[in-house]
Design a protein around this ligand. Structure first.
Ligand code: DGL
Length: 262
């Protein structure tokens, strides 16, 4: 079935999921919506995140997608169940796969979760991890400086490194062996995060595990695609900025980036 997979995020963060999707399921057509004009979602009230998420999913539904991936932890925490209730096609989020990967990776059961204010306050990771491993110890940290620096495109800069170092300092006294990048924007800062932890923590991004779930669902429903097409990206923000991040992160030359408004 050559209908596309719809992927949404508050901005460019979901591209970290798209990168893995293209690597492991290269024949799948993708249509992506990034709500960059209203990013970040992290500090917004839950009703607003729910409304924005619904707007994006409804647009994807009208475009005829065969499934939706909410490639945003904040939106997953707040809106996943509601979206699943309203649509007939499969809808998955990124928190369950991230929690599963972390529990698999951690030897000590002590896990740090980095996320937005919305994700941390929702305790969605705590619940997902504890369902899999009731004894787990979880240290959650909201990192409000991370999404704006990624959205600005300056994620490789010295300023980004300083923001990462300053933010993560508060985890210094805690003992954990695994760190969940509980926001899809954070893999763009992964080098800084790994350097900060002196490369002795397991860093988990939910992207790969999410693709495992996508493949399982498409296979079960017999709706895998057989013909690759270039992805189409929609943004509510600047086309040029979005394009340059897609070029850099996904190595796609002159990507098809279009405007969408809600
Ligand atoms: N990529 C979103 C997430 O995973 C970023 C949230 C935001 O916009 O603050 O939570």
């Amino acid at each position: 079935m050559n209908a596309p997979i719809g992927v949404i995020d508050s901005g460019v963060g979901g591209l970290t999921v798209v990168r893995e999707l293209r690597k492991y399921l290269p024949d799948e057509p993708i249509v992506y919506i990034g709500d960059d004009a209203r990013c970040p979602y992290g500090p917004r009230p839950a009703e607003e995140v729910l409304q924005f998420t619904m707007e994006m999913v409804e647009s994807l539904a009208q475009m005829g997608v065969k499934m939706v991936v909410i490639a945003c932890n904040t939106a997953t925490a707040i809106a996943l169940e509601e979206v699943q209730k309203r649509y007939d096609f499969p809808v998955i989020g990124v928190i369950q796969p991230g929690a599963r990967a972390a529990v698999k990776a951690s030897l000590t059961g002590e896990i740090a979760v980095l996320g937005t204010m919305g994700t941390v306050n929702s305790k969605a990771y705590d619940h997902a991890i504890q369902r899999l491993q009731p004894q787990a110890t979880i240290y959650s940290l909201a990192c409000p400086g991370f999404v704006p620096i990624v959205e600005s495109g300056a994620y490789r800069s010295l300023q980004a490194r300083m923001i990462v170092d300053q933010t993560l300092q508060s985890l210094q006294a805690s003992s954990f062996d695994t760190v969940i990048l509980g926001c899809t924007h954070y893999p763009l800062l992964q080098e800084h995060i790994e350097d900060h932890f002196l490369h002795n923590k397991q860093i988990i991004s939910s992207a790969v595990e999410t693709v495992v779930d996508i493949e399982r669902i498409l296979t079960e429903k017999h709706i895998l695609s057989a013909a690759a097409t270039e992805p189409i990206f929609y943004t509510t923000g600047s086309i040029e900025k979005f394009q340059s991040i897609v070029e850099d992160w996904l190595s796609i030359e002159r990507p098809d980036v279009r405007t969408i408004t809600f």
